[in-house]
Design a protein around this ligand. Structure first.
Ligand code: SF4
Length: 114
């Protein structure tokens, strides 16, 4: 449980905006007891998956990688996260939110909505 969290019910300007996959993610700083300072809260796509209109999964660079991981160069070991994967597409350099462009992980939107 985070202590000192700012009241998110109040309308306030986001501390950061990241655009990815046709979406705009509005991010807010919140105090984190563990590191004892404010940190940006990112969506938890591993716990609550979200997809683009084309059915591609949103991921953060820190999300755990999967077996479809594509190394930046042949033979490189799996980094363990999505951030170094060749399928991870960010619209802005070093943006932490991006889209996984691997076709194997793309879902058929209509099937999922049934
Ligand atoms: S970006 Fe996609 S393919 Fe790459 S490790 Fe993450 S989930 Fe897997």
């Amino acid at each position: 449980m985070r202590k000192g969290a700012k009241d998110m019910s109040e309308q306030r300007e986001p501390d950061k905006i990241i655009r990815a996959g046709g979406r705009e993610f509005r991010l807010y700083l919140e105090y984190d007891d563990l590191v004892e300072h404010d940190v940006l809260l990112y969506p938890d796509f591993e716990e609550h998956p979200e997809h683009t209109d084309e059915g591609r999964p949103f991921r953060t660079a820190a999300d755990k990688g999967c077996p479809q991981y594509k190394p930046e160069a042949p033979g490189q070991p799996h980094s363990g996260d999505c951030g170094c994967c060749g399928w991870f597409y960010r619209e802005e350099p070093l943006a932490i939110i991006g889209v996984c462009m691997c076709d194997a992980l793309r879902r058929e939107q209509k099937e999922e909505e049934k």
